[in-house]
Design a protein around this ligand. Sequence first.
Ligand code: C2E
Ligand code: CA
Ligand code: CA
Length: 529
Amino acid sequence: MFDTKSASDAIHGLKSGSFVPYFQPQFNYETGSVIGAEVLARLVRPDGSVLQPKTFIPEFETSGLIYDLDRSIWADACRQLKQWRATGHNLPYISVNVSRKDFYHEDFVECLHGVAKENGLSASDIHLEITESAYTEDTEQLLQVLEDLRKIGFVIEMDDFGSGYSSLCALKDMPLDVIKLDSGFLSTEDKYNRCGKIVTAVVKMSHSIDIPVIVEGVETVEQADFLKTVGCRFMQGYYFAEPMDAESFTALLDADLPRFEKLPGIKDSGALDFFDIKSQSTLIFNSYVGGAAIISRGLNGKVSALRMNDKFFDMVGVSKEQFAKYQFDIMSSLAPESAAVFAKAMDDAEKTGEETSCMTYSPNAYGSRQERWYFNRFRFLARKVESSIFYLSLEDVSLRMRLLKSNKKLVEEIKERENLFMRAAEQINLFFWKYDIRTKEMYPCSRCQSTFGLPVRVEDYPEPAIGMCIFPEGEHYREIMKKVDAGEDIDEIMPLSSERVPFRVRYVVEHDKDGNPTVAYATALPVKN
Ligand code: C2E
Ligand code: CA
Ligand code: CA
């Protein structure tokens, strides 16, 4: 409720001028363009904290100070619109809130008109939001003032339409140009499953009496898509953007719009289906065997996890509580190079609409004091004004990476041993090879390979070696190999290589358990004379 601290802040705020207008854009969802902005009062305290209207508006209305506050907000908002237009920002109108109490001030119409003129604006640049409940009080007087305002050209909007119980009467009796449909009809608490039908009926009715409808409080893409399908294009709500200060709003006007469009290839409905508790996607998401999360990347580049399935925590390797510390900056646990790779994969997913993937490394995964490797796959879901939403599936590949690392080490060790052995073989001028009796394949040592230009595996041995003059011509060597094939060991001196250097050649044959010869290991050492 209204506490004395905020009351005194509020009253002081009015004097010191720290009430500021915030702007919330209204969109045409068909085209993506900004059609206007609602002006919402905020009280900025000296410490920079921002108070919401519910903490001061009720008190201001009872104390009569609301008129002062409203006038100061209208003046600020009109000046801002003038400035935007002067700097080439094309905002069609601003929509200001008008309290029922404002109508009782004699100079009310004059004041509004004056502030518009002072800023070079026409009355139609300003929409006046008058809450539906205002229509129940002193209707005679209200009717008169509304007629005067409309004559000047102000656009009258009936705010919170449908929130009270006299909406239809008000609609029948009051001059008005636009209906602002209360967000209550988008509620998930829809006991009788009627909201969608009521919204559809209101939109149809408003079309038939030629009064456009703006739906406020649109928070999800499903709501926006639903409204589009029933013929309502004008929307306002957190799905598109939250109320923001003038500076941020300028940035929004500068940005390329539409920014909430979905990329081609992404199904029209269901992109953010994951947020609907009852949706099929949610079921699939939760029963998906791998780790999955819906993540959002803000304008500052920080990535938050919005929803995670249970398996996600197993994959990340820490408890939900532990992960919570990183939930709003999940890249902070990654090594810097990995964070860059992660961001790049998201960029690509957003640009192409295709699935992208990357491997990341976390030296101290989410505070677990363990290093981990993750394989990440991304799918772009939707873009909002201030963030992009992705589907992330995550796999812990740490075990595989550790094995790969130790394999690499093993291979290096083996290479090192072989190197040592080859150096020794070089010193004594030793050649060696393996001969497979069953297949007649010969596997030369690497010295044989480099000295005689042999491949790793020689088929139909010994024919190629005889052909290459490594062995003497004639039947001699073929006879020896026949003996080996028959399972006999060999130990003979023979002239080898094209220089015919005498070598002592030895074959040692191995046999299987039935006594059949299988392979032979052979060496050749030069004979010193
Ligand atoms: P309102 O005129 O119905 O304004 C819409 C309210 O809904 C705003 O709250 C806005 O921030 C909020 N809203 C916008 N999009 C969403 C959404 O997607 N989901 C939800 N749940 N809420 C959304 P805010 O700014 O707190 O203002 C509250 C009320 O205070 C306004 O309701 C209006 O009646 C009043 N108010 C605000 N500024 C002024 C002002 O300058 N003068 C007067 N007389 N009243 C004001
Ligand atoms: Ca309003
Ligand atoms: Ca409203």
